[in-house]
Design a protein around this ligand. Structure first.
Ligand code: FES
Length: 634
């Protein structure tokens, strides 16, 4: 097959590829960083490049305007090489490394009454063994087991082959005085490591709690003896350049070497966080003997290299919801190779361990009040219940509120418009941009605010249709699509108008309707009206920035008094931390996973009815939103 030279302006040297190679593949070969937020499906338009010389065949130009194509733009994931080409890579949306500081968040308190002897499943045991002699030729392993039985009451110890291989040296190096680190929890105790000396009883044992978010990975390093969190770090999930939502990631993972690449990317992120957390605590990663991991079901599958394809295809089944105990060496997490790695249990394809851990840390499973717990991220997961019963569902809201699926959408980083006010007489917007400076796009909170303001000022009607009758140049038609201009080209960082199109509005309405319909179906399944809910707990990063009033105005959140809402931040990592310390908390998460009744919305007619009614602003039944009704009454 003919070879063609592809020159990227940001690459050190050209690459040779055969006819038919996708530009994304050529970019990878040339080591050129190119984000693929939709996983290369041609949906997001954010892998656009400029063809400077030569030609490519564009399989799809959806998401490119006629102007863009005339200017040489092509979607790298949809353009194949047919001859020698020169490609310019426009500045990429920056995925800044955003490791958090070493400041310990004020809300992390060691659970009251934490007692490692009672709660912790990993223990260090000091042992003194009698050395072998010509009169006592007992083998090392039996000698160790006898000492454990006699000195610590621990029977039936097991060990992996590598751990077994290390005991001989440790026993002799310590002159038969050793500390054994043992996981007491599996059906029988398991040796993690044998260290050649006695350690004082308050010497730390280290553990990590990991939350693998689709966007951000968070890691807490904790002293398992005192319970204290010593380091908290977070960074973007390295898979983000291969898809912003779980479906895009699954599709990417199903291609060629995609699964191995995805596993490698998440391990790279986790292991770099481990390194930084350890440097800050002045320890080495091999001193970490336990890890608990939470994340949505797709993230856990991609971490473990398990096939994830069936998660996105009916009947939507995971390979595993309750992962057996693993070791670090089996998972590739760079801590002590024999460390226990516990992936906490999930419930279904779209209700994972992040939600069970969230229910635990929010205390929802132990409350009397009927409580709604929502975690809106790249998907909307909802739990309704109290200590008697728990119902859950996942709404395929898509990542619209994270800025994807919206033409000028972006994550909540520098340059994102996060708040908007529209003047009701002139329809001129006032914006607030993250980091000050010129705007680059709209993030989730900005989109919610924009939708609410457009609705309240009549820029759009309750069906989300733009009002072309308003005397403002901001409402216009471009490329056969109606749009509202939020910022003109000369006000933006990239010299292009920032707009919200009628297609974007439609996507946002569908996302908010799916979430609100999810609330309704859960309440109906419990035989309740939505107003029986006493508290709404909002988890996840989304809840941190959202303007509740505006979220109610568009009908995303139920219309309830402000004091009924509680914003809990990252409930998933808090749950993982509790399970890291306390075997009873871990058992409680298992009980939560077993108690949660999962309602599959895609097979539920009630959902479609509720969804259709919620496609309006704020809802077809305005009496459900009395405060919005009052705001709309002149
Ligand atoms: S359009 Fe190419 S990655 Fe989304």
């Amino acid at each position: 097959m003919a070879g063609h030279s592809v020159i990227f302006d940001t690459a050190e040297s050209p690459v040779e590829v055969p006819t038919g190679t996708l530009l994304t593949e050529a970019a990878q070969l040339a080591n050129v960083a190119l984000g693929q937020p939709c996983g290369g499906q041609g949906r997001c338009g954010r892998c656009a490049i400029i063809v400077r010389a030569g030609s490519v065949r564009r399989r799809s130009t959806l998401r490119l305007s006629a102007e863009d194509i005339a200017a040489g733009y092509a979607l790298a994931c949809q353009a194949v090489v047919e001859g020698d080409v020169q490609i310019s890579i426009p500045p990429q949306e920056k995925i800044e490394r955003r490791l958090t500081t070493d400041r310990i968040a004020a809300e992390v308190h060691v659970p009251a009454g934490y007692d490692p002897a009672r709660h912790q499943s990993v223990a260090r045991v000091a042992l003194t063994l009698s050395p072998p002699s010509m009169d006592d030729q007992t083998d090392d392993w039996s000698r160790l087991q006898t000492a454990l039985r006699q000195q610590a009451g621990i029977d039936n110890l097991t060990a992996s082959l590598p751990a077994l291989g290390a005991i001989s040296n440790s026993l002799r190096a310590g002159q038969w005085q050793v500390s054994a680190v043992i996981d007491l929890d599996p059906p029988v105790p398991r040796l993690i490591g044998l260290f050649p000396m006695h350690a004082p009883s308050d010497t730390p044992l280290w553990g990590i709690a990991i939350d693998i978010g689709t966007t951000t990975v968070s890691l807490w390093l904790a002293n398992l003896i005192s319970g204290e969190v010593r380091s908290q770090v977070a960074e973007y999930n390295g898979q983000i350049t291969r898809g912003e939502d779980v479906i895009s990631r699954i599709i990417y993972a199903s291609k060629n070497q995609g699964a191995a690449e995805m596993q490698g990317l998440i391990l790279e992120t986790i292991n770099s966080l481990v390194e930084v957390a350890c440097q800050r605590a002045r320890i080495t990663p091999d001193m970490i003997v336990k890890a608990t991991v939470v994340g949505n079901s797709t993230m856990i599958h991609l971490l473990l290299g398990l096939p994830a394809e069936s998660i996105r295809l009916a009947p939507f089944v995971t390979t595993v919801n309750q992962v057996p105990h693993l070791t670090a060496s089996a998972t590739g997490i760079g801590i002590h190779p024999e460390a226990t790695v516990e992936c906490l249990p999930g419930v279904a394809s779209y209700v994972g361990a992040d939600i069970t851990a969230g229910v635990l840390s929010s205390g929802l499973d132990d409350t009397e009040d009927i409580t709604l717990f929502i975690d809106i991220g790249t998907n909307g997961e909802i739990v309704l219940g109290n200590r008697e019963w728990l119902l859950t569902c996942a709404c395929s809201a898509g990542p619209a509120f994270e800025g994807a699926g919206v033409r000028d959408g972006m994550r909540a980083t520098q340059g994102a418009i996060e708040e908007i006010w529209i003047n009701g007489d002139t329809w001129e917007p006032t914006i607030r941009v993250i980091g000050g400076g010129k705007p680059r796009g709209l993030c989730g909170s900005g989109l919610i605010a924009l939708l609410a303001e457009m609705f309240l000022t009549g820029v759009i009607d309750k069906g989300g249709h733009l009002n072309i009758g308003l005397p403002t140049p901001r409402i216009r038609t471009r490329d056969h699509t109606l749009e509202y201009v939020v910022a003109w080209a000369d006000e933006t960082a990239n010299g292009r108008d920032i707009t919200i199109t009628s297609v974007d509005i439609d996507n946002l309405l569908r996302a908010k309707a799916a979430i609100y319909a999810g609330f309704g179906v859960l309440a109906e399944s419990a035989g309740l009206a939505l107003d029986a809910v006493a508290r709404v707990l909002v988890g996840g990063a989304f809840g941190k920035y959202i303007n509740v009033e505006k979220a109610v105005e568009i009908g995303l959140l139920p219309d309830m008094p402000w004091e009924c809402f509680e914003f809990l931040g990252n409930t998933a990592i808090k749950g993982a931390y509790l399970a890291l310390l306390d075997r009873f908390a871990r058992d409680r998460i298992r009980a939560i996973a077993n108690r949660l009744t999962y309602i599959e919305l895609s097979a539920d007619n009630r959902f479609y009815e509720a969804f259709t009614s919620a496609l309006f602003l704020p809802h077809t039944d305005l009496s459900r939103f009395p405060t919005v009704q009052a705001a709309l009454t002149p």
